[in-house]
Design a protein around this ligand. Structure first.
Ligand code: GLC
Length: 561
């Protein structure tokens, strides 16, 4: 059996702008992360993924990088980062960074050169094409952030490709100089002492031939097949693996959007892939009707689908690879608002944590998830900062089909600004995030939902997360919960039950996704209840009656079976 430190780790994702403001200028920063390391340690975290903090004009909050080798002043300095890294090492916490390979900022010196003239040495670092005809881009491909995937540049009368925002020109990975330059970037941070990378938008490094997407008569079609999971991506990643990831033994987790299926996920991250260690997929992120409703009360999780998705990935990766386990990241709604139940936030929140983080894989908690933070109550377009939300607002306005309130509702349920509001540390002004007015939103519910309250109450969500991670680290159960097998048990739709098993133990992870009491028949003499989000567990003969969103973990010693 393959065993690695990162399989035994508990990960935590930090979006630095909204995590903690260490120098009280209203902006989250590296010093803030440094100050909160002991907090993360006490939760059980020993691996942090930090979203970009490189020099950037911040069109996409740092995913638009203008200098891969330095820290944006709003986040601090390179010395702050070194200090953070040292302290983390002292505490036994490893750090991985976001490696943005697909694009740079339009303010990156390479692009500033590239756009100057067709014969500039950097021209070929990016993807330039002539327009189809006057005023028409080379193809009708749409971009993830709205509008065309091409932007016109007057200086040379050509278009550059940009599958995200206009200020994020796509790098041309066919160019070996680009490949080598990005290998150098990765080496630089590994030499400084980071342990690896979450690789941004990695699925998109190669493009299909520049032929219009169907329907061809539509001016803009977002067809991500044109730039997702194409064969050349694997050539580039194999080279990166040989030149940098392997020699440094770096941990690599690729963000694989655009409908990664199991086969392509194997290509990226099977143990023998020679590319990456894991991939984040998005199959489980939208298993509800969030896009179809006009009233939050109608939001409903499709538990059957969610179970199918989890099962599909767990089964596919049981021998051939390893998975990260995450409910959300900085691009998705807050967990409690998305899959939780507003009437039972604590119970449903604890159940969701149990259900996911005892699977086989490496947990990645998204900042604030552990205290039950919720979506932000947006009132107007001024409350949004995310470029894709703002673009979508204007696109919907242009459609002329919806009222202002309807547009705001559509944006607010899945806006990427939801997970980016300030972390709620306590109930003082600005949620204890900063002493001055923060540059990010502060959810008014910080008075009740905050870290301090969670830590003062042993029954809080926070302690439940801590308990789960203790189980994963407990010398007695580590083999079971980290390396044991996973098997889903067929049940009614509102129940999600799976078994983790190793040579010594068998654990039943039993989760109810229902607001009603539900019963589950289980014919075992379990030894102990390892986890329960209620005080009691009601068992009569072989029948367990689960309260709303109850989840219990029962364990049996195998010699007793
Ligand atoms: C990834 C990031 C997202 C970013 C995009 C472009 O999807 O998660 O936040 O906007 O890549 O870099």
């Amino acid at each position: 059996m393959i065993k690695k430190w990162w399989m035994e780790s508990v990960g935590y994702q930090i979006y630095p702008k909204s995590f903690y403001d260490g120098n009280n200028d209203g902006h989250g920063d590296l010093l803030g992360i440094y100050k909160k390391l002991p907090y993360l340690k006490s939760l059980g975290v020993d691996l942090i993924w930090i979203c970009p903090f490189y020099v950037s004009p911040m069109d996409d909050n740092g995913y638009d990088v203008a200098d891969f080798y330095d820290v944006a002043p709003s986040f601090g300095t390179l010395d702050d980062f070194k200090k953070l890294l040292n302290k983390a090492k002292e505490l036994g916490i490893r750090i991985i960074l976001d490696l943005v390979l697909n694009h740079t900022s339009d303010e990156h010196p390479w692009f500033m050169e590239s756009r100057k003239s067709k014969d500039n040495p950097y021209r070929d670092y990016y993807i330039w094409q002539k327009g189809k005809s006057k005023g028409l881009p080379p193809t009708n491909w749409g971009s993830f952030f709205g509008g065309s995937a091409w932007a016109y540049d007057e200086a040379t009368d050509e278009y550059y490709m940009k599958i995200f925002s206009n200020k994020m020109p796509d790098l041309n990975w066919k160019n070996e100089k680009v490949q080598d330059a990005m290998i150098d970037v990765a080496k630089y941070w590994l030499d400084l002492g980071v342990d690896g990378f979450r690789i941004d938008a990695v699925a998109h490094l190669a493009r299909a031939p520049f032929v219009d997407a169907e329907p061809k008569d539509k001016p803009v079609v977002l067809d991500w097949h044109k730039f997702s999971n194409l064969p050349d991506v694997h050539i580039y990643l194999k080279k990166m693996y040989q030149k940098v990831f392997k020699p440094y033994d770096a941990l690599t987790i690729g963000e694989v959007g655009g409908e990664a299926n199991i086969e392509s996920a194997y290509q990226y991250s099977a143990f023998d892939s020679g590319e990456l260690n894991m991939v984040f997929n998005f199959d489980h992120n939208w298993c509800n009707n969030v896009f179809d409703i006009d009233n939050l009360e109608n939001l409903k999780t499709d538990v059957k689908r969610l179970k199918e998705v989890f099962n599909k990935w767990q089964v596919a990766f049981k021998q051939r690879g390893w998975l990260p386990l995450n409910w959300l990241n900085h691009d998705q709604p807050r967990l409690i608002s998305h899959y939780g139940d507003q009437m039972y936030p604590l119970e449903s929140g604890k159940m969701l944590a149990t259900a996911l983080y005892l699977m086989r894989g490496t947990p990645f908690v998204y900042q604030g998830e552990e205290i039950g933070m919720t979506n932000y109550p947006f009132q107007s377009i001024e409350d949004f900062n995310d470029v894709s939300s703002i673009n979508r607002y204007y696109d919907l306005k242009r459609e002329n089909k919806y009222t202002e309130a309807e547009i705001l509702f559509k944006l607010s349920i899945n806006s990427r600004d939801n997970p980016r509001s300030a972390i709620q540390w306590d109930d003082t002004k600005y949620a204890g995030f900063s002493k001055v007015k923060p540059v990010v939103n502060v959810n008014p519910n910080y008075i009740e939902i905050n870290v301090k309250n969670n830590l003062e109450n042993k029954g809080s969500l926070w302690y439940h997360y801590q308990h789960i991670f203790k189980l994963r680290k407990d010398p007695k159960y580590k083999e079971l919960f980290v390396y044991g097998t996973y098997e889903q048990v067929p049940t009614s739709d509102e129940l999600y039950v799976y078994i983790r098993e190793n040579s010594a133990y068998k654990a039943y992870v039993i989760n109810s996704f229902s607001r009603e009491n539900v019963t589950y028949k289980l014919k075992i003499n379990f030894d102990s209840v390892l986890l329960n989000n209620y005080e009691n567990i009601l068992i009569n003969d072989d029948i367990i009656t689960l309260s709303p969103y109850q989840s219990v973990v029962l364990v049996v010693k195998k010699e007793q079976l």
